[in-house]
Design a protein around this ligand. Sequence first.
Ligand code: N01
Length: 551
Amino acid sequence: MTHIHTAKQHPVEPVDPVDAVVVGAGFAGLYMLYRLRQLGLKARVFEAGDGVGGTWYWNRYPGARCDVESMQYSYSFSEELQQEWQWSERYPRQEEILRYMNHVADRFDLRSDIQFETRVTAATYHDDSGNWTVRTDRGDAVEARFFISAGGCLSAGRVPDIPGLDRFKGKWYHTGNWPHEEVDFTGQRVGVIGTGSSGIQAIPAIARQASQVVVFQRTPNFSIPAWNRPLPLEDQQAWKADYAEHRTKALSTRSGILYEYGQRAVPEVSEDERQQEYERRWKRGGANFVHAFNDLFINKQSNDSAAEFVRHKIRGTVKDPKVAELLAPTDHAIGTKRICVDTGYYETYNQPHVSLVDLRATPITGIVSNGIRTDAATYELDSIVFATGYDAVTGALDRIDICGLGGKALKEKWTAGPRTYLGIMTSGFPNLFFITGPGSPSILTNVVVAIEQHVDWIARCLQHMQSHSLGVVDAQTAAEDEWVLRVNQVAAGTLFPTTKSWYMGANIPGKPSVFLPFVGGFGNYRVICEEVISNGYKGFAFRPSRQSVSQ
Ligand code: N01
């Protein structure tokens, strides 16, 4: 597997000790910095890119757009911010989200504490001082009381090990590391490998430029139309009038998003009613579809009814019945891989210059100088787009050499899969916090909501330490063991583990098969986190240190 790195070598610059080092300047890092400053703490954010934005800085591929609606995919921490920012479409484009994040960085004057073009490479905890030493690819070595990972769940892109890529004479790209200059596919023959959310968004956009598009599909995915549209000012104003109320309501939902969560199970309604409900949701568009009934994630038969509805739509859209059959997923329950949301994806296959190669029938054998070779044919290409996904949830952490108490490496502790308490800390690594870490709802939610909840929780914990003159916090092993068990038990009660997906680490050869996020619902999870605080940070152990957290 090829990891994507853009690290550059820089001269070493002295960095003063700080209270906290934060990795990443995406949604999580920016808000964490804001909260740390509110606590009077000195923080340094290290960011590999040369600008803020995280996912939205790197994912500049054609068609990139969020699948959560604009009014919800944004920070709630500042009433002024949420009132003043205007979104232009129902679902925000990558450029617009990036503009929003730059606005946030400027509005709250965050840049002065962010060191760009710097990748954190190692972090070591010292038990005697209770501090971390954090090292970067620029040669920095900074001492910090707290080490906070805001590196993202889907930031470690992966290009599969297909032999011959180095011989390819054309250009190749990964959707998660797209060039900053415009890529123009006009008149080109473009091969796209991968049909997850990224591929499904990119393929229609690439097909608008390219003279020929060849899609290499191993596994088809379910996709629901976005029905994206401009967002009228009146609609935004109406939403903004009750913004705080909408945000509060979202906090108690399963995904931190105001979907219509169906209250009935599939067997409770007639076949007619079921079809009408699916049709209504299809016409409304978006991931709301998979919440039509309350048993779709736990009952395979119920799930089949939703899956069959979508397959029927695919067959009705794609004119070539053979292509339609290849695009209609039959190997997994709908929603157990992240549901895709598209604009004209299935329709794209009706265009004469777009073709689909079934890699199950004819696997790729290698990349040659002029294209991709399967065991049946060679496809001549000018460019190759890898929409091949990420080493999800743990990938960004894995790329940093993190050593905790007694010099134990995090990688070693997590050999059989990640172990955390609440997805926020892992025992034996004091003062290391994860924002949307493994074992939390993270990528099953509106991730901005999940980020804010974690950042607020961490900030409250730090405030508690300040006011009680405490210097070190760690998760207790027993609490962690119980939490890991709970995460696994909740997942086992659903259809999720029946599917080989990146949620299970299944897309990375050799990665342990563990269900990575907490699937018990964001609302429930948030209540658990609140209870932990009201029970005196139950499951966490604190101790003073020679130097308590600065007041
Ligand atoms: O990645 P993926 P993604 N040969 O892992 C295929 C978020 N996101 O970047 O399933 C051939 O889902 C692989 O095939 P298979 C969202 O959470 C959100 O698309 O392994 N094919 C699969 O088809 C999403 O879920 C948004 O058989 C290979 C594809 O590559 C997550 O990011 C937009 C292969 C990878 O799909 C990841 O999505 C984009 C190989 N060797 C992303 N290796 C929105 O907000 C892999 N594949 C809309």
